[in-house]
Design a protein around this ligand. Sequence first.
Ligand code: CMP
Length: 139
Amino acid sequence: MSGNRTFTMLKPDAVENGHIGAILAKINEAGFRIVSLQMQQLSRHEAGLFYAVHKERSFYGELVDYMTSGPIVAAILEKDNAVEDFRTLIGATDPTQAAEGTIRRLFATSISANAVHGSDSNENTAIEGAFFFGAKEQF
Ligand code: CMP
């Protein structure tokens, strides 16, 4: 996967609260092109694998509970400087610390239920994108 892509998940709180359309609109308005899009509910095994990097963190169990509590929307996005620009668009992990106008500031409910995930590097974009999408599902 090239360096102009990032991976995102709209988390169960965003889906449950009816924010899919508004968040995708923000993403499009910010200049990202949707390469892949899919709605599904993660199993505990899948959520545990996806967040394996956080396995030793105190919040890991809570994170897996939460991420399996309802459906998510997974997407691959494309734009110049995608990883960094998307992290700017979504704002800080803790929505109370997120800048005005960012997706987390607008739509998140807590540090755990923080509306969206964004890849933190090109390397993780490739890993996370491949977790959900095969080559034939990337447009
Ligand atoms: P995300 O960008 O998906 O990456 C890891 C997730 O762990 C993060 O968003 C938060 O949802 C969650 N997380 C990070 N720190 C905490 C915390 N202190 N308490 C609960 N959840 C956290």
